[in-house]
Design a protein around this ligand. Structure first.
Ligand SMILES: NC(=O)C1=CN([C@@H]2O[C@H](COP(=O)(O)OP(=O)(O)OC[C@H]3O[C@@H](n4cnc5c(N)ncnc54)[C@H](OP(=O)(O)O)[C@@H]3O)[C@@H](O)[C@H]2O)C=CC1
Ligand SMILES: O=CC(=O)O
Length: 334
């Protein structure tokens, strides 16, 4: 029997790619650029499944992929997928929740600590031979323990950041969501706040929402103006949740103390982005879930979703669940 064509995009662990090759005709794209765009469009014509990271799946792409049945993100965020269009074209969408949240919370909390204690800046200072005498006051960081953290987006990852803040650092935890998270309130003594209250009270503001129409530019000039001048802003969500121009202004004018950023509006970030020049910014290249163990777990889960979807079953992490109806015998059908 002819093997189905599967497109691997950007990042899937090598071990998982090898396994996929035993079942499918696998084509691999690290990125799409003007040089390979024609080839990519030609491959789309008979591709049945796509697995990978951050491929923008739009109505236009779907029109070029008449045999496509499933797109499996190797990520929990799925703002790259136009779910409405995928449902219209009966294309399944899946993501990888449940295997990367602890790792991402570790990374975001690490960025928070590095920003507060200015670890990258002082690392560079030492390495470049600057450490000739004791540190001066203007090189000091600020305490993290016993301070107030405000988490915007107290979902799975937000809650794990709250766990670290409360249990490990005795921090006072504030949060804002559209709905209350009573579990986090009980476990981490988290206090629900309106957005403005959180912004004015928190020493560390940590953004952890998905990117959706309601969170695009959620944090802009008005929000930075409300923050304390000593506030440290951390973005672990997606770049477009923040107005980058307003963030740059807030950092340059010292409206806030510093920022720790794992995500950018454009990724990979342009080297001339001003955020990369500011000394009060700690930057990382979208490393939230990037550990060997977690990448493998995410790739395996995405591949499992792909195999389930291509063999007519309901994938465990299906996002557009309306593509399946439940029949009497608990069987699922498209
Ligand atoms: N930097 C990295 O490497 C990584 C980044 N991420 C990003 O983190 C995001 C969150 O992941 P995860 O915790 O698993 O997702 P969850 O869905 O578990 O949590 C999202 C939280 O955001 C809240 N939220 C959604 N919309 C709004 C809004 N308009 N205003 C305020 N709060 C809102 C939700 O609450 P409610 O609906 O009640 O408002 C919910 O509590 C992902 O979508 C992804 O973009 C994820 C992994 C790694
Ligand atoms: O950013 C990563 C994700 O899993 O979402």
């Amino acid at each position: 029997m002819k093997k189905a064509k599967v497109m691997v995009y950007n990042r899937v662990s090598g071990e998982v790619q090898e396994k996929l090759k035993t079942r499918y005709n696998v084509v691999n794209y690290q990125h799409i650029d003007p040089l390979n765009h024609e080839l990519f469009l030609a491959d789309l014509k008979d591709t049945e499944g796509i697995i990978g990271l951050e491929l923008p799946v739009t109505e236009k792409l779907l029109q070029q992929a008449p045999l496509l049945k499933i797109v499996c993100n190797v990520s929990t965020g799925y703002n790259n997928l136009d779910i409405e269009a995928m449902t219209k074209y009966s294309v399944m969408a899946t993501n990888t929740p449940g295997v990367l949240e602890e790792t991402t919370a570790d990374a975001v909390f690490g960025i928070l600590l590095a920003t507060a204690r200015r670890i990258p800046e002082l690392h560079n200072y030492l390495r470049s031979g600057g450490w000739k005498q004791y540190l001066t006051h203007d090189q000091f960081g600020v305490n993290v323990h016993h301070k107030t953290i405000g988490i915007i987006g107290m979902g799975t990852i937000g809650s794990l950041i709250a766990k670290r803040a409360h249990g490990g650092f005795n921090m006072n935890v504030l949060y804002h969501n559209r709905t209350r998270n009573e579990d986090a309130e009980k476990k981490y003594n988290a206090t629900y706040c309106e957005m403005n209250t959180l912004l004015t009270k928190a020493d560390f503001i940590c953004l952890m929402t998905p990117l959706t129409p309601s969170t695009k530019n959620l944090i802009g000039k008005r929000e930075f103006d409300l923050m304390k001048s000593s506030a440290i802003f951390i973005n672990g969500s997606r770049g477009a949740t923040v107005d980058e121009t307003a963030l740059i202004e807030a950092l340059k004018q010292k409206k806030i103390r510093a920022a720790g950023l794992d995500v950018y509006r454009q990724e990979p970030v342009n080297h001339d982005n001003e955020l990369l020049q500011l000394t009060n910014v700690v930057t990382t290249p979208h490393i939230g879930s990037s550990t060997y163990e977690t990448e493998l777990a995410m790739s395996r889960l995405a591949a499992q979703n792909l195999i389930e979807g291509l063999s007519g079953k309901k994938p465990a992490n299906l996002i557009n669940k309306e593509l399946f109806i439940q029949t009497e015998g608990n069987e699922y059908e498209i």
